[in-house]
Design a protein around this ligand. Structure first.
Ligand code: SF4
Ligand code: SF4
Length: 380
């Protein structure tokens, strides 16, 4: 990070711990969310603060492995490790947690997490384009609304829900504006900075302040013109499992080895920023939320054709030279789906492709570096 506004993002996580603490002292409720499927709008409409709890660091994994198998996705172990060791202030301050039945590892982990904190589980239907799935997910929105209302003794009105939809829409719009800057050649922001911004932003408790910060950053980067990046550096699209600060090693290695991650399809990247609710749609806002969240193209869906459609579009829009599919070890859904992603990228779009399977540790750093160097040389 080099420019003025970018610097501010560096400290958001630490600064917002104090804001959260102050809010708790005022009896404001905090709700932890582990997954992109968790509807932030409902939490906001309940007058509570939603915080992202997805674990992205190696440090708490040893504590998690006391209860969980070693051969499990590092994201699940890191998330549980933070909780069980009480080393994440955001988990600590959460009055309740929203879990979801996405992948098997996560849903079984939540059974253990329930011993530490109230966890409400949303049952996610996994065949996305069926009316029965939408009905189930709509009922899950109704159930979550009731749970929040009872837990916090509030009424969630349609008006509050529509306001929350508006601010979350604006947040997605602003983040998409930032990501879309990299459709330009040369790109305007590095992959590492994109991760820092989107990850740090998740800890900002003031939703409108987030939008303002993003808009300022976009304006500043547009003015910079991206001249700091060599136009000849290979343009990489990253897809696959979620990445945050602490688990950014593949992006860091790509950029160290001369490539530039110009776009990220994964959670925290482009996967959800295009999903916005039509604010002129007068149907039940809970149904609108159900439709929006059911459209997330995660590999837990079967079939997950929307991810392939999104990748096809992103490869063209961002003019990418190569695609890297990142899979966390023991993530079966992304690992298996990688075959279909490879078919699309290599066979149909004729773009070089590589899948990397790794975890949060640095033990395979050299192997990854060698593979990435070879991949990037091929693109040259
Ligand atoms: S990859 Fe899927 S399960 Fe994991 S956070 Fe994203 S939406 Fe949730
Ligand atoms: S990366 Fe895969 S295994 Fe890990 S939590 Fe997400 S879907 Fe589950």
């Amino acid at each position: 990070m080099g420019t003025g506004v970018l610097e501010i993002f560096n400290e958001l996580r630490e600064k917002n711990i104090m804001t959260l603490k102050a809010a708790k002292e005022q009896d404001v409720k905090v709700v932890g969310i582990y997954c992109t499927y968790g509807p932030r709008e409902l939490v906001l409409a309940a007058g509570a603060i939603p915080v992202g709890l997805c674990g992205t660091r190696q440090e708490p994994i040893a504590a998690a492995e006391v209860h969980l198998p070693r051969n499990l996705c590092p994201l699940i172990k890191s998330s549980y490790g933070f909780a069980v060791s009480d080393t994440c202030p955001y988990f600590h301050f959460s009055d309740m947690v929203i879990g979801e039945t996405t992948c098997d590892g996560k849903k079984k982990m939540f059974e253990l997490m329930k011993r530490l904190k109230p966890v409400h589980i949303m049952h996610l239907p996994q065949v996305p384009d069926q009316s029965a799935s939408l009905e189930i997910w709509y009922q899950e929105m109704i159930r979550l609304k009731q749970v929040l209302e009872e837990a916090f003794a509030v009424e969630i009105t349609d008006e509050a829900l529509r306001e929350a939809i508006h601010v979350v829409n604006e947040g997605n719009r602003a983040l998409k504006d930032l990501f879309d800057l990299n459709q330009a050649c040369p790109p305007l922001i590095s992959g590492i900075d994109m991760i820092k911004v989107s990850w740090q932003l998740g800890f900002h408790t003031d939703r409108w302040a987030r939008v303002t910060m993003l808009d300022q950053l976009v304006a500043e980067l547009r003015e910079s013109g991206g001249t700091q990046y060599d136009i000849n550096r290979p343009r990489i699209l990253l897809t696959g499992t979620p990445v945050g600060m602490g688990s950014e090693k593949v992006v860091e290695l790509v950029e160290e080895c001369g490539g530039l991650v110009v776009a990220m399809e994964n959670c925290g990247g482009y996967k959800t920023v295009g999903l916005r609710i039509d604010e002129n749609d007068l149907r039940d806002p809970l149904l609108l939320l159900a439709e929006k969240y059911l459209a997330i193209p995660c590999s837990v869906m079967s079939p997950n054709t929307k991810r392939l459609e999104l990748l096809r579009k992103m490869a063209a829009d961002f003019k990418v030279d190569g695609v890297i599919d990142l899979t966390w070890q023991a993530c079966h859904t992304y690992n298996i789906e990688s075959y279909q992603v490879a078919e699309l990228i290599k066979d149909e779009l004729n773009i070089p492709f590589i899948q990397l399977e790794t975890d949060y540790s640095s033990s395979d750093q050299e192997i990854l570096k060698n593979r990435l160097q070879a991949f990037l040389e091929m693109l040259d």
